[in-house]
Design a protein around this ligand. Structure first.
Ligand SMILES: [Zn+2]
Length: 438
């Protein structure tokens, strides 16, 4: 297993293909696509994974969704009912399709409008569910190719995924934790070729429950899985207190010491630094998704502003706030900006003649004639995303070649540099990071 921190990009929609194609293996070590995205855009996903991209891929079976409030996977749809067009709230087609693929347990949940409960599983349903979920990840892309005459011949050349996820559900009590272990173990019995992963998906408060952490450290390695993806709902590296961060660190360290590959399904710089203590890798979206609430299945309806990622402080901030720091930092010319804030290719291209060009990262417009408020232009959002990704690769390389002491020293340097500006740019999380890493 390579020690270099892996960055697995989570593709939320095909609109993000541009970033993924352009940066490819230069930035990413793999791509993970949710099965709902696969179902919504099967042809495009198959073509991306099977032909265009040459990256290791994972398909997240998203089974947990069927154990949550099922209203989260419904939408308003126009349907013909008794000859009349009506708007009804019904399951999204992608999840209906996914349920069909994953089998009876999932189909039945939607049919009866009842989320999946752990007590419906017995050894036979566990086995069948694991078989279906493995089969789905192994074959869904290949089958899509076979449907298309033009591409049929390539189907057999498609590489299998980089790993197989066991079915997983939200863990919030003893029985759901046992089910998590049973599903993980049953998957390893059936899938003997590819590495098997499970997703440990629980509330962020479980990180402060010592008996839970102990059980995880004791029981998960016994399942025989190759690795575990941690997902503590709403766990936020910037907002968490020192105790939570330290418990998270100890959990990662403990699991990796027991021989498991450990990923944070939604993590940022702090999680990537934990690479020095056993974290194999992190995943997140293109400029978002470094934390995620399990129960908010779909993202917010309107794309939020893509803020500017401040490399010194490993976090995104508003353009206005950063600009207000220029005087104090002595940034009056592009050269100063490149020395003091960022010298990535994007920033060098945008800020050439005058530091006021920095505003191009926050450029706004009226998106539509009837828009009441200005929103960020797509070009500005794109600049901000590319700038962020350029920095993430730098961070990955820095972490790879540095030891923990050097990484902490860099955080301390940032603290000193921005200390006088913390009324404009808040970064009290750095103290927690440094203390919890020590
Ligand atoms: Zn930059």
């Amino acid at each position: 297993m390579s020690n270099k921190p892996q960055l697995i990009i989570r593709m939320g929609s095909h609109a993000e293909k541009e970033y993924i194609m352009k940066l490819n293996h230069k930035v990413f070590d793999g791509i993970v696509i949710g099965a709902n995205v696969v179902e919504a855009t099967a042809g495009a996903t198959a073509s991306l994974i099977g032909k265009k991209l040459n990256l290791p891929y994972y398909i997240d079976p998203m089974t947990y969704v069927f154990g949550c409030d099922l209203d989260g996977i419904k939408s308003e749809q126009k349907k013909m009912i008794q000859g009349k067009k009506k708007t009804v709230r019904d399951y999204k087609r992608s999840y209906l399709g996914l349920a069909d693929e994953l089998g009876y347990v999932f189909v039945n949940a939607l049919k009866t409008d009842t989320c999946i409960q752990p007590d419906i599983f017995n050894p036979a349903t566990i086995k069948r569910t694991c078989q279906n979920v493995i089969e789905y990840q192994r074959n869904r892309i290949v089958e899509e190719f076979k449907k298309d005459e033009e591409y049929e011949e390539y189907a057999d050349a498609i590489k299998p995924p980089a790993g197989i996820f066991s079915p997983y559900f939200y863990v919030n009590n003893r029985r759901s934790f046992e089910l998590f272990l049973e599903l993980a173990h049953a998957t390893t019995i059936i899938e003997t070729n590819l590495p098997v992963y499970s997703v440990l998906c629980a509330d962020v408060n479980s990180l402060n429950d010592e008996s839970f952490i102990e059980k995880v450290l004791e029981e998960v390695p016994k399942t025989g899985i190759y690795g575990v993806w941690l997902w503590f709902s709403k766990f936020d590296e910037f907002e968490s207190n020192m105790k939570t961060l330290r418990n998270f660190k100890n959990l990662v360290h403990g699991l990796s010491k027991n021989g498991l590959a450990v990923f944070n399904r939604h993590g940022g710089y702090f999680s990537m630094v934990l690479n020095k203590l056993g974290m194999t890798g992190i995943s997140h979206g293109i400029g978002y998704g470094e934390k995620k609430d399990v129960f908010q299945i779909e993202g917010p309806p309107n794309a939020p502003v893509v803020q500017y990622y401040l490399p010194d402080l490993f976090k995104r901030f508003g353009i206005d706030n950063i600009e207000r720091c220029f005087d104090e930092l002595g940034v009056t010319k592009p050269q100063h900006f490149h020395n003091s804030i960022c010298d990535c290719v994007i920033c060098k291209g945008v800020i050439k003649n005058n530091i006021s060009e920095f505003r191009e990262f926050g450029e706004t417009h009226y998106a539509r004639l009837e828009s009441k408020r200005e929103t960020q232009t797509p070009a500005a959002a794109k600049r901000s995303r590319f700038h962020f990704l350029m920095n993430r690769i730098k961070e990955k390389n820095f972490i790879n070649k540095s030891n923990l002491k050097e990484i902490i020293e860099k955080m301390q340097e940032s603290q000193e540099k921005w200390e006088d500006l913390d009324s404009v740019i808040h970064f009290n999380y750095l103290d927690n990071w440094i203390n919890s890493l020590n």
